[in-house]
Design a protein around this ligand. Sequence first.
Ligand code: HPA
Ligand code: ZN
Length: 338
Amino acid sequence: MSSDLAEFIRGLPKAELHIHIEGSLEPELIFALASRNGVQLAYPSVEALRAAYAFTNLQSFLDIYYAGASVLITEQDFFDMAWAYFERAHADSVIHAELFFDPQTHTERGIDIGVVIRGLKRACDAAEAKLGIRARLILCFLRHLSEDEAIATLNAAKPYLADIIGVGLDSSEVGHPPEKFARVFAMARELGLHVVAHAGEEGPPEYIWSALDVLQVERIDHGVRSLQDERLMQRLIASGMALTVCPLSNIKLCVFQQLGEHNLRRMLERGVRVTINSDDPAYFGGYIHQNYLETAAALELGRDQLIQLARNSLEAAFTSAAERRADLARLATYCTKA
Ligand code: HPA
Ligand code: ZN
């Protein structure tokens, strides 16, 4: 890869649509927060913790990810975590970010959902004011828990609905199909929230169908199993459905063995609205720029394809028509100058 192309990617105005903010907790910050809050960690050092980041599948990652999140106690902790992410995103020319957060990971430990949302919202406001990043929050339900627990979480979030743009569905996929959450997603849609869901990361194409048909999602998170089902591909292409693909995550969680085998380029060339995102950057080896960079190198993506990926992200973002126009104009200006 030429340094020119790397620089071009770095400056490309882009949206990040698939980032679990708890997955941006770097080991250094985990240790700092553990010390600040008097939380005992199972690892003796930053190095030992980082050395444990060798995953064989989604569950092996989730176990360590939920343990890492146990250091988050105060509103300031949530602010500090999100602010650290925004500084990195800004360096990667992210102009719009939609952050997933997992309230149940925290409320299960006795943390009030208001503490979580207020801390994250304050960081979003600071990102807009100080970095010029438009930042939004998407509340995710943990799919390994029951739908009743998801409904209780949505109800607990009601005082904060003005601070949330949508709901999502994450955690252990196989055995927890989207239709398990039909009622809570209907409630969320009724409240005027956007809806997305992880589907087709480890789960089969049938889960993508039910995310579309039962949950009526507006984007699919991951969705890399779509290529196994031609009728599904036709549906995605015809409807312009966006997929928030996370290439480095897919390698770390062994969804693909190597980046050169990833199907992102094939989906892009078929006309699927694919985007590139970081998922859990502290755990998977890089933030959004690193995902673009390594994917471009492994799949030999050219400038036009990289621009298409950035354009897809800006088009698939939950923005107003005026915001979308402004974002796309910014991309066009960049591309004529760069
Ligand atoms: N998949 C499912 N749930 C998650 C992930 C993921 O990649 N990251 C954080 N929660
Ligand atoms: Zn994810």
